[in-house]
Design a protein around this ligand. Structure first.
Ligand code: ZN
Length: 256
């Protein structure tokens, strides 16, 4: 079945293919990732996420459709809610920057499929410049380093959100389809009062490292999707909290 913008996230295709965000979900919590694929659990569609989607839709040229699908972005008088007024301001800021606009001027929402370690993968590129560069647009809260409990240190925002894994998957699937190993860039804009813009490149060595992990983990995640391997619970996320069953008493200690 051919992947299109309409069926890209269909339950059938979410089951058949691993995409970059699904891969990241599995890395974070396999149990939650699987529940989401099976339609038993849905990540909250927060306003923060919707603001990003609003800006994405604008640059895709699908803002009219987005507005029709999300009537809740308007107030009763028909004007935009304040968060989306801010989205409009981010768009205007981006449009004033020639370099940002150049990176976002590639082919929009290009869909490709391939296989990594024998597992079907799908990608959807925000701005694809054939033979030159792969660009993904991110609307971020800010571009500050973020505390990572797993690493025990502050890490760059792109590392915290796993954009390096996304870059590794995108670069590999583009290579399989075209023969070109291209640079992967993030075109980032922030939701701060005054928007920050940044074009960042995740280096090829980091993408190599992440691709090795994708190759290693993808067959295991695919086996979980087929129900052959149990999907582990992280016991940290909202899904695990919502489905946890109490079975023991926690002895409270004065010293943690
Ligand atoms: Zn979990």
């Amino acid at each position: 079945m051919n992947l299109t913008a309409e069926n890209y996230f269909s339950p059938e295709n979410q089951l058949t293919y691993i995409g970059a965000s699904q891969f990241k979900s599995f890395l974070f919590c396999p149990a939650a990732a699987l529940a989401e694929i099976r339609g038993e659990y849905r990540q909250e569609e927060t306003t923060a996420l919707l603001v990003g989607s609003y800006v994405d839709a604008y640059f895709e040229g699908t803002l009219d459709l987005f507005r029709a699908k999300h009537p809740d972005i308007f107030k009763r008088d028909g004007s935009l809610k304040s968060e989306y007024v801010q989205a409009e301001q981010i768009i205007q800021r981006i449009e004033r920057d020639e370099m940002f606009m150049r990176y976002m001027s590639g082919q929009k929402q290009v869909i490709m499929t391939g296989e990594i370690a024998g597992v079907p993968f799908k990608i959807k590129i925000d701005s694809y410049h054939p033979g030159k560069v792969i660009v993904d647009q991110k609307i971020m809260k800010d571009l500050e380093d973020i505390w990572s409990p797993a690493e025990g240190r502050r890490v760059p925002y792109w590392l915290n959100w796993g954009y390096d894994y996304q870059g590794a998957i995108y670069r590999e699937i583009v290579r399989q389809n075209t023969g070109d190993t291209l640079p992967f860039m993030i075109a980032a804009a922030t939701k701060q009062k005054v928007t920050r813009l940044q074009i960042g490149q995740i280096g090829p060595a980091r993408l190599d490292y992440c691709l090795d992990i994708v190759k290693h983990e993808a067959p295991r995640f695919a086996a979980m999707k087929r129900g052959e391997v149990e999907a582990e619970r992280c016991e940290q996320c909202d899904y695990c909290a919502g489905t946890a069953v109490l079975s023991e008493i926690v002895p409270y200690m004065e010293a943690g």
